[in-house]
Design a protein around this ligand. Sequence first.
Ligand SMILES: [Fe+2]
Length: 157
Amino acid sequence: MDMHVENYRDLVWSDDLALGIQSIDDEHKHWIALVQAFQAAVAEGRSSEEVYRTLAEAVVYTEIHFANEQEVMQEAGYPFLADHLVQHSLAWDQLHAFTTGNAPEENIADYLATFLPQWLMLHINSADRQFARWLKERNAAPAEAEISGRVFTNIPV
Ligand SMILES: [Fe+2]
């Protein structure tokens, strides 16, 4: 078993991940719980039925969460929404390449049990946090918020 999967208990919600936007924070908590359930099913060697049931739940919720988050950004008038959508669609493409591809089942589960939690933590802490920072600054000083809200284009998350 690879070391990322053994460390699955490391993926937990903590206040360090909070962005201060209640609806997004609540969804991130739920998303993490679903990804953790999938990771636990892989790490503990549960039946492939259980592994795929938990994976499907995590993937379905990922799509729901992306849509909701995009709506919050759109309503706020986030000027870097297009950059953010690229990050979401890159991850979505990864998920689909594996869930609809021809890779052997155990490779799919192992790969996604590593990819999903890593991507999720990195994405929350970079791209999502950039949005939260922009929103806070825009509310405080609308004219100056544009520059600091920019997503770093060299970070593929
Ligand atoms: Fe996001």
